[in-house]
Design a protein around this ligand. Sequence first.
Ligand SMILES: Cc1cc2nc3c(=O)[nH]c(=O)nc-3n(C[C@H](O)[C@H](O)[C@H](O)COP(=O)(O)OP(=O)(O)OC[C@H]3O[C@@H](n4cnc5c(N)ncnc54)[C@H](O)[C@@H]3O)c2cc1C
Ligand code: SF4
Length: 549
Amino acid sequence: MSQITREKMEYDVVIVGAGPAGLSAAIRLKQLDADLSVVVLEKGSEVGAHILSGAVLDPSGLDALLPDWRSMGAPIKTLVQEDNFYMLGPAGQIRIPNFPMPPLMNNHGNYIVSMANVCRWMAGVAEGLGVEIFPGMSCSELVFDGDRVAGVVAGEFGRDPATGEPGAGYEPGMELLGKYVFLSEGVRGSLAKQVIDRYQLSKGHCPQKYGLGMKEIWEIDPAKHKLGTVTHTMGWPLGKNAGGGSFIYHLENNQVYVGFVVHLNYENPHLYPYMEFQRFKHHPMVADLLAGGKRVAYGARAISEGGWQSMPKMVAPGVALLGCSVGMVNVPRIKGNHNAMLSGKAAAEAAHAAIKAGRQGDELAAYESEVRGGAIGRDLKKVRNVKPLWSKYGLVASLMGGGLDMWTNTLGFSLFGTLKHGKSDAAATGLAKDFAPIDYPKPDGKLSFDRLTNVAYSFTNHDEAQPAHLKLKDPSIPIAVNLPKYAEPAQRYCPAGVYEVVAEEGKDPRFVINFQNCVHCKTCDIKDPSQNIVWTTPQGAGGPNYPNM
Ligand SMILES: Cc1cc2nc3c(=O)[nH]c(=O)nc-3n(C[C@H](O)[C@H](O)[C@H](O)COP(=O)(O)OP(=O)(O)OC[C@H]3O[C@@H](n4cnc5c(N)ncnc54)[C@H](O)[C@@H]3O)c2cc1C
Ligand code: SF4
């Protein structure tokens, strides 16, 4: 490969990813010292284009960062009015009363928001403070200076689709160098993954665990819309096939967010998470709510679920991992945005103190101490046993044992100590021969939709004149190994229908990657049982174009 020369730009802090973690870090740095130079690089076509969250927002992160946010025009208006929790069976549901739930599960004082819109607003606040924000800039490589991370390469365009080498009209992009680099790429960050591997940051911690979250926005009959209502369900249709559940949030303009999460440690490789989501909408309670409405957007994103036990070391020379690049979701609450914001604030404070003291390129140990010992650590530690109990003993045991443990943790002790997570989600996948295939009903086109029709509502787009950003370490594995052993589950776990096994008569089956459809959820990088798929950044601005996700 030819040597590539790039222009360099130097900053005090380079931030990768304009999610709540990265934007909070940028805002806090400028609050502390307006003279610091701070740049935020975002792969989406605009800030918010790749943001997919629930979202019920616990405002504690924003309160700490911008105490006056209520008078600053934030798109955070809908207070939660009603909290419902149901256990579903195929034809009915049982309401679980709120009183046995520990107080931390209560949504009182929380808001139903579009995090994409909250991020757009936060970007405006950051720019007002002098932060430079560049959307459409995929950060594709780390830049090292000796053993320290010194920056990133962003904005490379025009590699040849066939060879991967610089093609006609090639733009090498730039090296953006910083005294410190913050990786706030969200769950399964592609650069964060390299940093975790290179510096062995996961050593001594449990493997990270994940779920796949799929979400649709519906406009529904105003007579059925109840602004501020939050509903969560468990049980049907997943049953014993996988852990997970749904959320339904009533936001402004007669819209509802309908979402479904499937824990990615499922064993049956025949499971089809997207079809479980579609089937869920046919439950009478959900079908009645959506009847006569229309789906206006669709998307998917993995969610980190390992919590306290799975947080890797989060600093290495010159670099810090923020938010869900570490994995800061409180799983029973399905909330990570507040912790992402708090982590951005903590990283900014540590970097500011270091730069003021004349340091650069070292480990920001103060940031890690604050995350583990401060509000984020307290939030995650209390709920650390819920996910391992669920994985080991199933839903009912986790509700009872995990619920009791959350209560006792509120009082300062745990019944179980710290339970460990088992295998990685990839390693949890069982052999196809040991499980029965699952028969999914055909989507009806009214409540449920086939995958490709829905993907059109993610508004995803990738220029075809580039190499596929989904790389196979060994191109033979999908057909030679994954197909016979696991019935090649990529065909089913990808919520955008990117992977196909094409079997034409008289020919050997082929593995096809329709990378143009990818919605950047990262599930393939997580769940491929052979760990053969590597998600890399496509050219900037490629990917979904989410509206108010
Ligand atoms: C279905 C679902 C429901 C959820 N519900 C809730 C909820 O109700 N409440 C709650 O609090 N939390 C919820 N969460 C969790 C919450 O969304 C995350 O905790 C939060 O998004 C983490 O913020 P972040 O800033 O770390 O990452 P993200 O929000 O993922 O932002 C990362 C940003 O970095 C960009 N990026 C990534 N890699 C690169 C790169 N190499 N170059 C340039 N840009 C890059 C991405 O495009 C993205 O814009 C939910 C998550 C999911 C998936
Ligand atoms: S190709 Fe991978 S990252 Fe893209 S949508 Fe499919 S599973 Fe998600």
